[in-house]
Design a protein around this ligand. Structure first.
Ligand SMILES: Cc1ncc(C[n+]2csc(CCOP(=O)(O)OP(=O)(O)O)c2C)c(N)n1
Ligand SMILES: [Mg+2]
Length: 576
């Protein structure tokens, strides 16, 4: 039977259990849309395709369904680049159907022609152009299979005129086969690792996203070998709860307790983490790294032993060969140090006297942590909101925290929240946005209104690109070009038909957040936060002090005395 190509695509997507598509109409997508309209697949119509890339990535990350993006020829495809980079680097299975100019125009510098393959190959695990209608079912099937198995973005490029062509088709035969395999190192490798673990006295476990689904195994292993457990940014919501010896996060925005334990241990066990910051790995001890992706082994730092396996399966087997340790003094000391860090952080999250007229971002984060539903999806913008989420928002094992850690792009929170809310219509979805990050894809707040997605947007409105301003100051630079307009985002919200609440005084914050979360539609809570709050690193090095003094001196001589005074007034009483 002859069937139109766009109908074959629609039927194949349905057979593959695709539930939602994100994108914008245009050449190539128009014909496909006609076929999709005959299915149950919901189309979420964005304002800028970049947001569709983020949304599909966030959706696929947690829903278990393939994320689907549709890009119209040329610019409609190019706009996806940043969002799909993020999805790919976050390991989200996403299919991107990218339209191309008509078959007989390819290579002739046709209007809207772009080299899709060259642009998207680096941010995909599959990127192929369909040459004939007969090829399409197989290419589409393999793309979906690869997206699931390699956990990334698969791109299928289809000339716009092919969508309306007819070809012989019976029924969808190429749907993804999703297999939950047991992946474990060999017996010898298990024994070798157990020997190293048995010989060590002070072991630290440091885990990341690869520990997903293995929480209980990690914690029981930690109990057995008396190892404190720290986490990378993407491992936080997996490891920060029911943890016998928690030590917090590593990295520039990490916790002193984690850094100290890592520098005191004689064996560091890296579990499912590709923690990217080489400077925060120790040089003095042995390192074992276990990861399901062999390409991650030793990528960031020298390791003594690397093994390929899922954390869940590998720890199961490793536990059989590992001896129980008695002495947990090292683990208890490390966990005690983290308890002190937490006590200090908790002090900053309550409204105190110094903050009578200022809302400190830490206080806002504390209110959010106390008020957000225990099973919410929370996404934070790269910028200070990401750091505040990592430090102050607890997962309780039921909240899901999402961000753009590896790609590290701004504008990820609002756009990812579209996909999370579409995938989980009955859950609370909170986007912690920077004023810079929010403005970057601000047009897509209209998607929330149009598609009736009740996301709660909380803007950390500090009138600055603060994260970069902080980086510049600690590098001894004056923070030129980091100021933003002091926008009233609540007034903007009201103007576009959604609820907006502006908060300028600390005393009004809790009530505003309660009101926003009780509202049944999308809301912007525009919180004017003090821009002078400093995010403290776990350890202040001599270089940091020297650079910061250099900044202070440059700011002083260039007449920025008022700024300096305000910064010192805000931070000294709270950090000392
Ligand atoms: C697309 C993109 N552009 C630039 C950057 C560099 N950058 C990282 S954080 C940041 C500032 C973010 O400002 P804002 O969203 O207002 O959050 P804040 O840090 O002020 O809380 C910038 C410019 C980036 N990571 N991504
Ligand atoms: Mg800002």
């Amino acid at each position: 039977m002859k069937v139109q190509v766009s109908d074959i695509i629609a039927q194949t997507l349905v057979a593959a259990n695709v539930k939602r598509a994100y994108g914008m109409i245009g050449y190539g997508v128009d014909v496909l849309m006609d076929s999709l309209a005959q299915t149950d697949i919901r189309f979420i119509n964005v304002t800028n395709e970049e947001a569709a890339g983020f949304a599909a990535g966030a959706d696929a990350q947690y829903s278990g369904h393939l994320g689907l993006c549709l890009g119209s020829t040329g610019p409609g495809v190019v706009h996806y680049l940043n969002g799909l980079y993020d999805a790919h680097r976050n390991g989200s299975p996403v299919l991107f159907i990218a339209s191309q100019v008509k078959q007989n125009e390819i290579g002739l510098n046709a209007a809207q022609e772009v080299d899709v393959r060259t642009i998207f190959t680096p941010c995909s695990c599959f990127c192929e152009a369909v040459q004939t209608p007969e090829q399409l079912p197989l290419i589409l099937g393999l793309a979906m299979q690869t997206a699931f198995m390699k956990r990334g973005v698969a791109v299928v490029i289809i000339p716009e005129d092919m969508m309306g062509m007819q070809t012989e088709f019976d029924k969808p035969r190429y749907i993804p086969h999703i297999s939950k395999s047991i992946v474990m190192p060999s017996h010898d490798e298990i024994v070798n690792m157990a020997t190293l673990i048995n010989a060590a006295n002070k072991i630290v476990i440091f885990g990341g996203k690869g520990c997903e689904g293995a929480h209980d195994k990690v914690m029981s292993f930690a109990r057995k070998i008396k190892a404190p457990v720290g986490w990378a940014y993407r491992g936080k919501h997996i490891l920060d709860y029911d943890n016998p010896y928690p030590i917090g996060m590593n990295g520039l925005l990490g916790d002193k307790s984690c850094l100290e334990a890592i520098h005191e241990c004689d064996l560091l066990l890296l579990l499912g983490t590709d923690f990217a910051f080489s400077a925060f790995y120790p040089d003095h001890c042995k390192i074992i790294q276990i990861d399901i992706n062999g390409a991650n082994l030793g990528r960031r730092h020298w390791i003594d032993y690397g093994a390929i396996g899922s954390i869940e399966d590998t720890l199961d087997e490793l536990a059989h060969w590992t001896l129980e340790k008695d002495d947990d003094s090292f683990a208890r000391k490390a966990a005690k140090s983290y308890a002190e860090v937490e006590k200090h952080l908790a002090k900053l999250t309550v409204q105190n006297n110094e903050s009578k007229h200022h809302i400190y971002p830490e206080y806002l984060s504390g209110v959010l942590n106390r008020t957000i539903a225990k099973d919410a999806y929370i996404v934070a913008d790269i910028g200070t909101p990401w750091a505040y989420m990592a430090k102050y928002i607890e997962s309780h094992g039921t909240r899901k925290l999402y961000h753009s850690c590896l790609h590290g792009t701004m504008a990820n929170a609002l756009s990812s929240s579209i996909g999370l809310q579409a995938a989980f219509p009955n859950s609370q979805v909170v986007a912690m946005c920077g004023d810079g990050g929010f403005t970057m894809l601000m047009g897509d707040v209209l998607t929330l209104v149009k598609e009736q997605l009740p996301v709660k947007i909380v803007i950390f409105n500090n009138g600055r690109l603060d994260f970069v301003a902080l980086e510049m100051k600690t590098s001894g630079l004056i923070d030129y070009a980091t100021d933003l307009c002091n926008t009233n985002f609540a007034a903007f919200a009201e103007a576009i038909g959604m609820k907006g609440i502006r908060v300028e005084q600390p005393g009004d914050l809790q009530q505003a957040i309660d009101e926003a979360f009780a509202h049944d539609g999308p809301v912007i809570v525009d919180v004017v936060v003090n821009p002078d709050s400093l995010l403290m690193p776990p350890e202040i090095t001599f270089d940091m002090m020297r650079n910061f003094s250099e900044y202070i001196w440059k700011a002083f001589v260039s007449g920025e005395k008022k700024t300096l005074k305000e910064m010192l007034e805000v931070n000294l009483p709270r950090q000392l």
